[in-house]
Ligand binder design. Sequence first.
Ligand code: ADP
Ligand code: NA
Length: 332
Amino acid sequence: AFKKRVFSGIQPSGGLTLGNYLGAIKRFVQMQDEDYETIYCMVDLHAITVWQDPAALRRQTRELAAGFIASGIDPAKSILFNQSQVAEHAQLGWIFNCVARMGWMQRMTQWKDKAGKNSQNASLGLFAYPSLMAADILTYHATHVPVGEDQKQHLELTRDIAIKFNNDYGVDFFPVTEPVIEGAGTRVMSLRDGSKKMSKSDPSDASRINMTDDADTLAKKIRKAKTDPDALPSEAEGLEGRAEARNLVNIYAGLADMSVEAVLRDVGGKAFSEFKPLLAELAVAKLAPISSEMARLMENEAEIDALLHTGADAARAIAAPILEKTYDIIGM
Ligand code: ADP
Ligand code: NA
């Protein structure tokens, strides 16, 4: 039996979005008070699978750490660190490159989306990304991984890698990890296109809510968010085939900690022109305290760096013996 342990990460490839907050961080915060050991990571090695400006990467990594802490991740309850500070991730990642099959990787829809038509010009790292992600999780023997819906396929691959390693070497060494994909915020969509997920890497800033957006910017983005001409339904079935309408209701539910059904009981029948200001007001109430706390934390970079060093030491203390045992199993 494996100890109940959570691992999850976020890329410092841009500022935090509302999608990251509702789909991932909110759940990370809850899990640190549940029956798990919790480990959270700025996955900078993943960020460089597409080119990052070095100064921007350094700033975004600290800002992401500030975002975690401002959202409620408590370094006394959770291990928080940068992926590149714990070499075991990359070391186990190599081993998993030798376990994972080309065919498995080629089926990854995120690879196909991100590499696009010009896949011959994508980095080898972008292709191998899900194998490194398996290493991130399994170098801690993590049993549970809270993520947004977009990561479901990568977590299935993590399970396949653990199972194949265990079978290939006749051991019961790596746990078969459970994804934790729960709540209204697991798939927050772009404000401009209800078929695309909200992402920090979307070139359109109007498509997303950034955790650092000020109240006016937030209100403007929500006012301009794409919707349809119909009023809000009073039951969830009335959102079928209405991706943009459903997205705004989901966002409201996620921010208010309510079910979609409960939100629709309150706002069913309203026009979007009435609902959007309510959503903007809720978003400001929930996000403004986080962004002002982030700004305050960013004034003391040395303190953030010191916290992350302490976190990396704690992470390494778990990862190093697991890597050593892995080498031993393989014959090294
Ligand atoms: P991004 O796609 O913004 O670059 P990451 O790949 O770093 O974000 O993902 C970090 C976490 O945030 C993952 O658990 C991912 O599933 C979650 N996440 C990212 N975008 C969304 C979204 N639009 N809705 C819900 N969860 C999301
Ligand atoms: Na992602």
